[in-house]
Design a binder for this molecule. Structure first.
Ligand code: PLP
Length: 337
């Protein structure tokens, strides 16, 4: 066995493993795989996104060694940017809101990043707009600072178009499912995969309450996925089907996979797995792969905690209820797959 030596931590990003799942919700004879982005150095798909945006900024001269990067993030992207800042050599300012966990805060600080916490809610009752306004003001006052702006920056989907899509297309499954927020990874993957194999179907999964898929906004529990608006990086041109899944369903499927397969997923992965299970209900889909954006360790004191579930009024759904929900969603995809 040969040990690969990486020149720096960024070289460990990508090439994440794929695991076959066995579960009664998978129709007999069909296959469900999960692509575990938790195997990136900061345990999420955002290591890829950060690397794509930072490399491009350095290449085009928008970011110089010793320069500063500022970004609004609810969690994972900040970890990835802070890590790259420490490794490559630039300052990082992370703009967060009160929903941020103390472990994420300490994560950023461990890499030497500075943290700004906004406290004012936006008109939707969330914080995303306030965070963005804070960043805009900072950049207006300090024009030399680089703002990756993951929501509107083409370098986000472009990275996934060039790199992540090749990894996922090589699996040759009938359907690839994933969760959306900025839209970066799934839009890029969809565009790249269709060029390699147009027969692979792509499902984009969002949470009920998110406004991305042109639905009215209401607060939701899942972290990472969803938005109170639709960002420019959402490109549905190569996405075959979309679905909005409830917090309760996504959380329940995460508990199922943890208990039955030893796979500990974040909540947005629950959306993605639900999408893959819905796809597998269709006769043209015999194999599906759910891209699972992050690791469940981020949520041990949230939806993997019994008291938290009680406090939020979330009841874990039994398998037969999940099956009924999956069948109902599957009706919406008839004639689309
Ligand atoms: C846990 C998690 N899931 C899903 C997403 C959505 O990915 P994207 O922004 O590429 O749409 C993110 C992005 O922050 C995330 O952190």
């Amino acid at each position: 066995m040969i040990t690969t030596i990486c020149n720096d931590i960024a070289e460990t990003i990508g090439n994440t493993p794929v695991v076959r799942i066995r579960h009664p919700l998978i129709p007999k004879g069909k296959k469900l795989f999960v692509k575990l982005e938790q195997f990136n150095p900061n345990l999420s798909v955002k290591d890829r996104t950060a690397l794509g945006m930072i490399n491009k900024a350095i290449e085009t001269g928008r970011l110089k060694k010793g320069g500063t990067v500022i970004e609004s993030t609810s969690g994972n992207l900040g970890k990835s940017l802070a890590m790259l800042g420490a490794s490559i050599g630039f300052e990082v300012i992370i703009v967060v809101d009160p929903k941020v966990s103390s472990s994420a805060l300490n994560w950023y600080k461990a890499f030497g990043a500075e943290v700004l916490i906004v406290t004012k809610q936006d008109s939707y009752g969330g914080y995303q707009s306030t965070r963005i306004d804070t960043v805009k003001k900072y950049v207006a006052d300090n024009p030399e600072v680089y703002w990756p702006n993951q929501y509107d920056n083409n370098d986000n989907p472009n990275y996934h178009y060039h790199f992540t899509s090749k990894e996922v297309a090589s699996m040759n499954v009938d359907l690839i499912s994933g969760a959306i927020s900025t839209g970066g990874h799934m839009s890029g993957i969809a565009n790249g995969v269709k060029e390699i194999n147009e027969d692979i179907r792509i499902a984009a999964c969002d949470v009920v309450g998110s406004a991305i898929l042109n639905k009215p906004f209401s607060p939701f529990l899942i972290n990472g996925a969803g938005l109170s608006w639709r960002s420019k990086n959402i490109d549905e041109s190569n996405i075959d089907v979309t679905v909005n899944i409830t917090d309760e369903e996504a959380i329940s499927i995460c508990h199922e996979l943890a208990r039955t397969n030893g796979v500990l997923l974040g909540g947005s992965s629950g959306l993605s797995v639900m999408g893959a299970l819905i796809g597998l209900q269709h006769s043209s889909v015999n194999s599906a792969m759910a891209i699972c954006p992050d690791f469940g360790s981020n949520y041990l004191d949230q939806f993997y905690d019994e008291d938290w579930l009680k406090q939020k009024g979330v009841k874990l759904l039994e398998c037969h209820t999940l099956f009924d929900r999956i069948s109902t969603y599957a009706q919406e995809w008839v004639n689309k797959l």
